[in-house]
Design a protein around this ligand. Structure first.
Ligand SMILES: Cc1cc2nc3c(=O)[nH]c(=O)nc-3n(C[C@H](O)[C@H](O)[C@H](O)COP(=O)(O)OP(=O)(O)OC[C@H]3O[C@@H](n4cnc5c(N)ncnc54)[C@H](O)[C@@H]3O)c2cc1C
Length: 400
């Protein structure tokens, strides 16, 4: 439907000489093996394209928790025990709680929130570790976020082999990392891609699906024996409604969380690390800041990320940009005064990953499948969730 591939994971260039900005800063973890495998298959050199580092929560004024290299579970225990900023009792309480989660197989009641899961842990542990991890991974504040999904992400980060808890930060813009190599890969193999082409309606007749399309060079209706709806949940619900009302209702019922990215420009300046965790507060919107110069693609440009940003969107983007600038001025030393370069808001960035959420499955109807980050699966709205759902839908088509 859009004029370029990539969906929410795309880069935008507004004019010549302007920075090519990501729709929002993306991070991956080592456990996201399907998305990393897909990039590799598309010919992306992962070592050059992603900065891989053990989990490290660097704050502006102090080094936060970081995990030493090594087997993830062992480095988690070593990282926690050696993090002297927390009182010994706080470190031991976290390890004791993690042991309980381990003994329970990283499972919990579906109705539990992350805040409830972490209740009783020292507030420093919740503020410096659990809350930032939760909002970064689930884009949902811990009081509203699903503990079940959070535990699954933790489990996979700690138990999917060496490097699974590593953070991977893009060194290229997002389109270079996924959409453009995918486009190239498909074209070389003769796949036709129609940009700016919208599927309006789906009709089923004589065991085939007819798509009514606007903007396609081959005419307004096309017919297929299998169709994968790889669009947003709301678009998929609209298309599927006449043929699978229950499926459409589940897709329609999802709520969304916005993410705002404030890009600041300050030539010659640098942050103390490529990714810095920030203390969020009533006047301080951002939870993380990224130094795009340190990441090797835009020196002097900094991305401040506000996840779970509905309150800030309600206040207005100009106000959000101004508050983020103040937060940045207070948090860091700048070589020259930073200025707001762009404020990008994605109002439906991810579905709200709330407790007990019922997500629709890949099969919509006979010969009709769905793929996307919102499809039922172990992960929150992530590239990994979207890639897994895409792969499952493709496999399902082939098996029919
Ligand atoms: C600001 C931001 C930050 C994020 N950060 C992270 C992160 O750090 N890590 C991470 O893993 N994930 C992150 N995500 C989430 C990640 O981007 C998404 O999970 C992923 O891109 C979803 O892919 P998708 O294929 O499900 O949907 P989309 O990317 O939304 O793609 C849907 C596509 O369908 C097309 N389309 C829609 N309707 C129609 C129609 N009727 N006809 C034809 N085409 C149609 C659209 O044009 C679009 O190209 C972030 C998202 C945002 C917005």
């Amino acid at each position: 439907m859009a004029q370029q591939l990539g969906g929410r994971a795309r880069s935008l260039q507004e004019g010549p000489g302007e920075y090519r900005l990501d729709n929002g800063q993306h991070i991956l973890i080592g456990a996201y093996t399907e998305s990393l495998g897909l990039m590799r298959k598309l010919g992306v050199n992962l070592e050059q394209s992603l900065l891989r580092q053990p989990l490290r929560l660097r704050y502006p004024d102090h080094e936060g928790l970081s995990l030493p290299p090594g087997p993830p579970l062992l480095s988690f225990v070593r990282g926690i025990l050696s993090y002297k900023t927390w009182h010994l009792s706080a470190r031991l309480q976290l390890l004791a709680r993690a042991t309980v989660w381990l003994l329970q197989g990283f499972r919990c009641k579906p109705e539990l929130s992350v805040a409830q899961l972490c209740a009783g842990l020292p507030s420093i542990v919740r503020q410096e570790l659990m809350d930032p991890l939760c909002v970064a991974a689930l884009n949902t504040p811990s009081s509203q976020a699903s503990a079940e999904v959070f535990l699954r992400v933790l489990h996979d980060a700690l138990f999917s082999g060496r490097g699974s808890a590593d953070l991977l930060l893009p060194r290229r813009d997002l389109s270079e990392l996924l959409a453009e190599p995918a486009q190239q890969w498909l074209r070389v193999r003769g796949t036709q891609i129609f940009l700016g082409t919208r599927v309006h309606t789906l009709k089923q007749a004589a065991d085939a699906w007819h798509l009514e399309i606007s903007g396609a060079p081959q005419g307004e209706t096309q017919c297929f024996d299998q169709v994968v709806l790889a669009c947003t949940s709301l678009q998929a619900a609209k298309l599927a409604e006449p043929w699978a009302p229950a499926w459409a209702q589940a897709a329609q019922a999802l709520h969304f969380e916005p993410i705002v990215t404030v890009y600041l420009r300050a030539p010659g300046s640098a942050l103390p690390a490529a990714m810095v965790a920030l203390n969020e507060g009533p006047d301080a919107p951002a939870q993380f800041a990224f130094d795009l110069g340190a990441l090797g693609h835009a020196p002097g440009l900094f991305a401040f990320v506000i996840s779970g940003a509905s309150d800030w969107v309600a206040q207005g983007l100009k106000e959000t940009g101004a508050a983020t600038l103040q937060q940045a001025l207070q948090a860091f030393n700048w070589r020259c005064s930073p200025e707001v370069y762009r404020v990008l808001a994605e109002k439906r960035a991810t579905f709200a990953c709330t407790p007990g959420l019922q997500r629709p499955g890949i099969q919509v109807a006979r010969g009709l499948w769905a793929a996307g980050d919102y499809i039922a699966g172990p992960y929150p709205a992530t590239l990994e969730g979207a890639v897994r759902a895409g792969k499952n839908a493709a496999l399902a088509c082939l098996q029919v």
